[in-house]
Design a protein around this ligand. Structure first.
Ligand SMILES: N[C@@H](CCC(=O)N[C@@H](CS)C(=O)NCC(=O)O)C(=O)O
Length: 199
């Protein structure tokens, strides 16, 4: 197997997606820690400054969603997607919504873009949707997969709070705007996903 490397910074949500997906598939990754204040290596490799950036031989892939697709294509088993085409589309739609819509709420609050009160209320509303997806099932779409990998690194903050040493203001936004009731099914889901291996 070609050596797979991935650039990361501490506490990165998007990096954790890759660690979870690769861990599930049993794909080893050599992590390269870069200085959060110096993105020159990421830029040199991928033409953009953000992590994760994955390399395998002469392939370079940036953006966590694209990296998850790359892992799924190269290492199809165990799959992160349902075998049924309609269910697969549902999971894809969820992941797209999470990346293109849901993320804009905490990003908007953190970056001061748009109306913070509206973003905050959308985050609270979405908690109810996540909880409903978990009604009577262990993972967001039944079996563990892409939806859980995509959402967990962001939603875990609602249950676990900030890790010691994590002073990323974006993560504080995640903690502040997703208050959970004690009996929220998100607590058990976070514990379930958190127990899974990471590469
Ligand atoms: N769409 C990208 C976003 C990547 C991203 O925002 N990475 C964060 C870490 S989770 C980062 O590098 N932030 C550094 C910065 O904004 O300077 C992905 O999904 O990988």
């Amino acid at each position: 197997m070609v050596l797979i490397r991935c650039l990361r910074i501490p506490f990165s949500t998007n990096v954790e997606r890759v660690a979870l997906a690769a861990g599930y598939k049993g794909v080893p990754i050599e992590w390269i820690d870069i200085d959060p204040g110096d993105r020159s290596y990421a830029e040199e490799l991928s033409g953009q400054p953000l992590v994760p950036v994955l390399t395998a031989g002469d392939e370079v892939v940036s953006d966590s969603a694209r990296i998850l697709d790359w892992l799924e294509e190269r290492f199809p088993e165990p799959s992160l997607l349902p075998s049924d085409a309609a269910q697969r589309a549902e999971v894809r739609i969820f992941a797209d919504w999470f990346n293109r819509v849901w993320k804009t709420f905490p990003n908007g609050i953190n970056d001061g873009v748009g109306d913070a009160a509206v973003h905050a209320s959308e985050m609270r509303r979405a908690v109810g949707l996540f909880e409903s997806l978990l009604a009577g099932r262990e993972f967001l779409f039944g079996s563990f997969g892409l939806a859980d990998v995509t959402a967990f690194p962001f939603l875990e903050y609602a249950s676990l709070g900030l890790s010691p040493g994590d002073d990323d203001p974006f993560h504080a936004v995640l903690v502040e705007h997703m208050p959970l009731e004690g009996d929220s099914p998100l607590h058990a889901w976070v514990a379930r996903v958190d127990a899974l291996p990471r590469s």
